[in-house]
Design a protein around this ligand. Structure first.
Ligand code: ADP
Ligand code: NA
Length: 328
């Protein structure tokens, strides 16, 4: 399949939600069967582009590690590591940053939206984080990167930086390709015109992987639907119900048609309980495993330490070679 090496990262910001699970983590788990060289990074350097409480950040790194393991990331098959433990990420990021001009970063859509949402002008770190993202990927000479649609512009920058480096210093980096996830964005339960997001102030809008069954039922019961009581699938006109059908299908492995067929005769109020139950069933073993692992802090740290050693074995020679090419 031409996939030689995959890199992907996730920020350690709290317990992942249903959107993160379906849009990222679940596909990472299945990629382990398709490629024998995969790196999954808890990208903590990216987290401090916006203010972080040190104790909360530290805990979030362990929480994210526990969740990834519980979801099926296998540290024997993949290299699971914490970004800041491999200093070559920062080193390569500096070198790549010297190959890109300010307007190229200014024009990235996420800089505009994120910067506009802040009360003060954003930090230099927030501005240059797509360069660090490029370094994350290129440091391992990755050939493929699983991404959501929102990251397409950033992947163009990564490819661009690989090509610029190669042009200036000689063919060195493979130009990585995106592996687009097929999953539609999971929508907010409270405002199905928006995506489910961890930063949503409405706590009822977002299902977390470790939510209790009671919380999951309650959140679905409070989900916004519409005035039609039948369960039908029409993502353009019935956003709330269609989002639930998508979630139901993804959680059970059924097709949308099968879900609709099964749910004929249910009204949306009863259907909410059916979808909640599908989510509860799917997340129950993951939740149990997260709870078991979250008290095994030494084990989690060991996994990250071994992962960082393996990642560094790959990163070091690449970084050394880059520095030689640059003339250091
Ligand atoms: P959030 O949007 O909650 O802040 P992140 O931006 O940290 O989440 O995203 C982590 C991963 O989860 C990314 O790969 C992103 O594409 C995916 N993701 C985030 N929200 C959703 C969603 N609502 N539906 C599908 N995938 C999502
Ligand atoms: Na986000």
């Amino acid at each position: 399949n031409g996939i030689h090496r995959i890199f992907s990262g996730i920020q350690p910001t709290g317990i992942p939600h249903l959107g993160n699970y379906l849009g990222a983590i679940e596909s990472w788990v299945s990629l382990q069967e398709e490629c024998s060289s995969i790196l999954f990074s808890v990208v903590d350097l990216h987290s401090i582009t916006v203010p972080q409480d040190p104790a909360v950040l530290h805990q979030s790194i362990l929480d994210m590690t526990a969740v990834l393991l519980a979801c099926g990331i296998n540290p024997e098959k993949s290299i699971l590591f914490q970004q800041s433990q491999v200093p070559e990420h920062s080193e390569l990021s500096w070198i790549l940053g010297c190959l890109v001009r300010m307007p190229r970063l200014q024009n990235l859509p996420q800089w505009k939206t994120k910067n506009d949402s802040l009360k003060q002008e954003g930090t230099v770190g927030l501005f240059t984080y797509p360069v660090l993202q490029a370094a994350d990927i290129l440091l391992y000479k990755s050939t493929h990167v699983p991404v959501g649609e929102d990251q397409i512009k950033h992947m163009e920058l990564v490819r661009d930086l690989a090509q610029r480096f190669n042009k200036k210093y000689g063919e060195f980096f493979p130009v990585p390709k995106s592996l687009l996830t097929s999953m539609k964005k999971v929508k907010s339960l409270r405002d199905p015109s928006a995506k489910m997001s961890k930063s949503d102030p409405d706590k009822l809008a977002t299902i977390r992987i470790t939510d209790s069954p009671e919380e999951i039922v309650m959140k679905f019961r409070k989900a916004v639907t519409d005035f039609t009581s039948e369960v039908t699938y029409s993502p353009s006109t019935r956003l709330g119900v269609s989002n639930m059908v998508d979630i139901h299908a993804a959680m059970t492995g059924l097709t949308v048609e099968e879900v609709i067929h099964q749910s004929a005769g249910l009204d949306t109020a009863r259907y909410k309980d059916v979808v909640a139950d599908a989510v509860i069933q799917k997340f129950a073993p993951i939740k149990r495993e997260v709870e078991r692992l979250s008290v095994e802090k030494d084990y989690l740290k060991k996994v990250l330490q071994v992962g960082a050693e393996k990642a560094r074995e790959l990163a070091k020679p690449v970084c050394q070679e880059v520095k030689k090419l640059v003339g250091f």
